[in-house]
Write a new protein. Structure first.
Length: 368
């Protein structure tokens, strides 16, 4: 009788032990496997939610594009004044950390232009910067900033639009409400981006949303990538608002971005996906980080999420089945028919095998 009681007790103890391992061991193995594949998950919720995502939002600079813009040319209102426009823009942009600003500053220095330190510098999040250089009140940014300041950009509008149509960014420089010129900077699309955006559609994402800095650039790049819905010249609050609107529509939203401006939307999305090549603020706001900044990592994360949740369910099934079968046998359900009883030693072995089966099944996630 004591042996029977002990056998039942051992298996009853084994049940919660195996069940307790079912989920954590799968999460642990999946996290390690993801790291090997260049995908870092912050927590278990990120792994579980990734498979549910049906709407993907992507920022442009540094996410769909290389994030290393190349300065092309400067257009000036006054002929022969191109270097001065570049010098003033480069001086003002020294206070900015944006990739487009870095390209302008680098171009000015490459030409040997003497840059001055800006004062009263302000960053109008998502649309440009303002400040004072050598006593001159300057504003550098997109058409939204120019409209906000009442700057007439019609003199160079046709040239700027032609640049945007091929995917380049046209950045306006104004002084005290008067347009001085336009700087043209291009940011090449990552070679991996087209394949990455095709994969989510095949994997079940119902729609793709793009966030862009400039309207013409937005549609030019969107046409190349086959993105149907485009939101141009948006601020961080606009990105956040769209995420919230989609969630109200019962969408499960993933937001991919790399900049400070993306942080609010990354934090609010069901799954925030940060580029490992981006800012620390973006990475701290996201639940998933793609180490190499390759959007194809999104499908890796999605597939790993699906496999992990399936593995967790298998582990739970193993644990329940194993113990649902073992406890009645240990209790003597077969004794009247076969005379079988389960000794405490066999029950202890069964307990170990129950946990081992869960662990071995979870380790299958490490397979390529």
């Amino acid at each position: 009788m004591y042996g029977l009681i002990n056998a039942v007790a051992v298996l009853i103890i084994a049940c919660p032990c195996a069940l307790g391992l079912a989920t954590p061991i799968s999460i642990m193995v999946a996290t390690g496997r993801g790291a090997m594949l260049g995908v870092l998950f912050r927590d278990a919720a990120a792994i579980e939610n990734m498979r549910k995502v049906d709407t993907l939002i992507v920022d442009k600079t540094g996410t769909l594009t290389e994030g290393r813009p190349i300065f092309e040319q400067v257009l000036s209102i006054s002929a022969g004044n191109e270097d001065e426009v570049l010098r003033l823009a480069g001086s003002l942009d020294q206070g900015s950390e944006h990739p487009l600003a870095a390209a302008i500053v680098a171009a000015a220095r490459d030409r040997g232009l003497l840059l001055s330190k800006p004062v009263d510098f302000e960053s109008a999040s998502g649309i440009g910067v303002r400040g004072v250089v050598e006593g001159r009140s300057l504003a550098l940014g997109n058409s939204a900033l120019m409209a906000q300041l009442g700057v007439d950009v019609s003199a160079l509008l046709s040239k700027a639009d032609s640049m945007r149509e091929r995917g380049a960014s046209a950045i306006h420089l104004a002084e005290s409400g008067r347009l001085l010129g336009v700087l043209v900077v291009s940011d090449p699309i990552k070679a991996s981006t087209p394949a990455a955006l095709e994969s989510p559609v095949a994997g079940g994402y119902s729609s793709d949303h793009g966030y862009w800095r400039r309207m013409g650039t937005a549609h030019a790049v969107a046409d190349q990538l086959g993105i149907k819905e485009v939101h141009a010249e948006v601020k961080p609050a606009d990105k956040l608002a769209l995420v919230e609107r989609l969630q109200v529509e019962r969408r499960v939203v993933a937001m991919a971005g790399d900049g400070i401006n993306d942080a609010p939307a990354l934090a609010r999305a069901d799954v925030g996906i940060a580029m490992g090549t981006g800012t620390d603020v973006a990475m701290s706001s996201g639940q998933v980080t793609l180490i190499k900044g390759d959007l194809r990592g999104i499908m890796t994360a999605r597939m790993l999420s699906m496999l992990t949740v399936a593995n967790m369910k298998q582990n739970l099934a193993f644990a329940f089945f194993y113990n649902a079968l073992g406890v009645p046998i240990a209790a003597g359900i077969l004794y009247p028919l076969t005379g079988w009883l389960l000794s405490p030693m066999i029950a202890a072995l069964a307990m170990s095998l129950s946990s081992a089966s869960v662990i071995l099944n979870a380790l299958r996630l490490r397979a390529p």
